[in-house]
Design a protein around this ligand. Structure first.
Ligand code: TXA
Ligand code: MG
Length: 350
């Protein structure tokens, strides 16, 4: 398939191109487009054939449901059975933005979209390009991250092209994703609401609505084979670059010493070592491919750079990636959740 790459300037959005993307989606085609979290792979959420194509193109496990994206508040009504008051409060405060709400689904959403569950995840992104494309399609848009399953999510158009060129109708090249990790998923089918995936919106922010909102304890643990997490996607290998990742966690000074020790051993075995550092530690390392995620003082920039940095180690053809760890608070919870999954929970404590 010939994939059309369309440049859309966030500051000066070309309506004709938006209309064209909307039409492809409405007619059952696949369009990758930017959102504020990561690039999404869009398809008409009400068209089972279009949804099947998403699963095929991504190589996505059949039991992993898709998030349905909307452009305007009133679009949610036909998609769900009812909206509890607490869900209304959360949506009103944090939409549009990096938040997905799980509610009981209505019958207009085909079973394949939600992988047979009786609930649906709904998200209204804040990205203008994303919302205009969704609005132009005149249908709700299923949108998983626009990567091949298992790989780090793409945060710019080049990474989408890397994974999806030749496989879908259109890739929209727009803004770089500002948040960099996916939306926070909040299950509002029970009270108190429970965070099934930490993301761009922090627990602290959600607690401003209701202090009882909590994080599902399965989030930071390795799921063993028989465990069934509430968000099916959480059990799969995820966000993994080609080289194995090891996380070194503990006091920062001890971390740098341990990483240098480990790097030396790997280099002796003729391996190319990648080190995922921070601005504060960059100068401690050498003889390796050292990339900084940004400053520890600014966790939002670390979140923004995480997936791109994991992918750039692949470009550098490293054999092993050694990464520093971060405090599990604020957006650091989402960063550590993604990092631990990318490492298959290979964590060395110092
Ligand atoms: O930020 C995002 O949410 C991005 C952008 C493109 O919007 N999308 C995204 O989709 O991250 P995806 O497919 O990569 O991740 C969806 C996650 C999976 O872990 C899936 O299991 C969970 O959402 N999920 C979807 N529907 C669910 C449901 N009804 N109940 C529980 N978990 C659900
Ligand atoms: Mg994904």
């Amino acid at each position: 398939m010939n994939t059309k790459v369309v440049n859309i300037d966030e500051e000066n959005i070309n309506k004709l191109e938006i209309e064209e993307c909307g039409e492809i989606l409405r007619n059952g085609g696949l369009v990758a487009f930017p959102t504020e979290t990561v690039y999404g792979l869009g398809a008409n959420a009400l068209d089972p054939n279009a949804i099947k194509k998403i699963f095929e193109v991504k190589g996505r496990p059949q039991d992993n449901p898709l998030i349905v994206h909307i452009s305007d508040f009133e679009d949610i009504k036909p998609l769900v059975v009812d909206i509890p008051e607490i869900a209304n409060k959360i949506m009103n405060k944090f939409w549009p933005g990096p938040l997905t709400i799980i509610l009981k689904k209505s019958s207009i959403i085909p079973s394949v979209t939600c992988a047979g569950l009786d609930s649906v995840g709904i998200r209204m992104p804040s990205s203008n390009i994303a919302r205009q494309i969704i609005r132009a399609s005149k249908v709700p848009i299923a949108g998983p991250s626009a990567n091949i399953s298992g790989r780090p999510s793409p945060t710019d158009a080049e990474r989408c092209i890397e994974d999806l060129n030749g496989k879908i109708e259109c890739i929209v090249s727009g803004e770089k994703c500002n948040v960099g990790v996916e939306s926070t998923i909040v299950d509002c089918t029970t009270y108190p609401p429970c965070i099934l995936r930490p993301g761009g919106l922090t627990l602290e922010m959600l607690k401003s609505i209701d202090d009882n909102i909590y994080i599902d304890s399965a989030i930071m643990k390795k799921c063993d084979k028989d465990f069934k997490p509430k968000a099916p996607g959480m059990k799969y290998k995820h966000y993994a670059p080609k080289a194995p990742v090891k996380i070194i966690q503990g006091d920062l000074m001890k971390t740098t010493v341990k990483i240098n020790e480990m790097a030396r051993d790997y280099i002796e075995q003729n391996k190319v070592v990648g080190i995922m550092a921070t601005n504060e530690t960059l100068k401690e390392y050498n003889n390796a491919v050292v990339i900084s995620l940004g400053s520890r003082e600014e966790m939002s920039s670390i979140a923004r750079n995480l997936f791109e940095t994991l992918r750039s180690f692949d470009d550098n053809k490293v054999d092993i990636i050694l990464s520093e760890a971060f405090e599990e608070e604020g957006i650091g919870i989402a960063v550590m959740n993604r990092l631990k999954k990318s490492a298959g929970f290979d964590i060395i404590k110092v």
